[in-house]
Write a protein that binds this ligand. Sequence first.
Ligand code: TYM
Length: 367
Amino acid sequence: MTPWEVKGEVDYDRLVRDFGTSYIEQSLLDRVEKHVGKPHFMLKRKVFFSHRDFNWILDKYEKGEKFFLYTGRGPSGDTHLGHLLPWIFTQYLQEKFDVELYFQITDDEKYMHDRTLTRKQVSDFSYENILDIIALGFDPEKTFIFKNTEYIKTMYKISTDIAKHITFSTAKGIFGFQNSSNIGMIFFPSLQAATCFLPSELKGKNIPCLIPAAIDQDDYWRGIAREIAPKLGYYKPAQIHSKFLPALQRGEKMSASKPNTAIFTTDEPEVAEKKIKSAFTGGRDTIEEHRKHGGNPDIDSAFQYLYMILEEDDKKISEIEEDYRAGNLLSGELKQIAAEKTKVFLKEHQRKRESAKKTFDKFILRD
Ligand code: TYM
């Protein structure tokens, strides 16, 4: 796994061990509940399963020191449901803790990483992706979305402070750069790390940072930002990590670079329905076998979409899970439930996306 590619099935326990992170435990859920009420279903269901220093963020919060949220998007294509997963959770954190969010659009990264992408394409995807972000209901007063190529005047100073402390050998060890890697990509991690310190720099005081994202982005925090923070006099950024929404096919993550693995926010609802109907199933080969032995929701893409993102109601999701395991609910029936939910979600999201065009400018941070 690198920030640019996740191959095959992911062993999350191994990542927790190798990256030295902590599991989200009940005591942490209790602490969240104390402040903001019932924890989000993604926390309870361990979709967000791992963290680093989230307890420290809450310690600070309890002492009246507010944190800010930081997350981002590399605009290499249309937004898919997997991208929305950490963003929906980020919106919940913003609303409940009433905090600022800095949202980085790494248009430089994607332009340099993928030789086939033109400037125009990256710029169009940036715009389209930002509509998806705004559609999720972030607070316009407290949300600052910026594109690296536009906001570089402010970002450059912090990035060079960081880059000065990172050798090529370290970057190569973390990100697997080769002699054939372009030099833009070698510098790029310092820009993704820089946002961890941006509000502290802008406001002239240290502000704790919490990053909600899938675990594929951890290299930047573990390897760069947290290493450099003490050298520059900043707090180390904290993280909360999600699992990956699976692809339509078995054993991969949903990925924009492989369009046939994904449901896009711009898909016609009927197209999304067809995709779900052809998704990988944990059902048995025949109805008789399924009724007798039951299905396996753990590997069933339609079930995972419901569990991880679409069905908020805990009671409903447990009933679906039990019925599927018991063989009472057939794979086709499960897919129908997921397809209906997806269609409703997409129609609503596409409506909000349209009205985001009107509020777009309110969210954009410029120097
Ligand atoms: P990008 O555009 O690859 O991904 C955007 C966000 O979506 C998450 N993600 C997923 N989450 C669940 N299931 C999936 N199948 C899935 N695929 C992607 C990613 O973890 C990410 O949170 N370089 C970054 C942009 C960036 C960023 C950040 C991301 C800049 N600063 C800070 C997170 C936090 C990128 O290309 O993300």
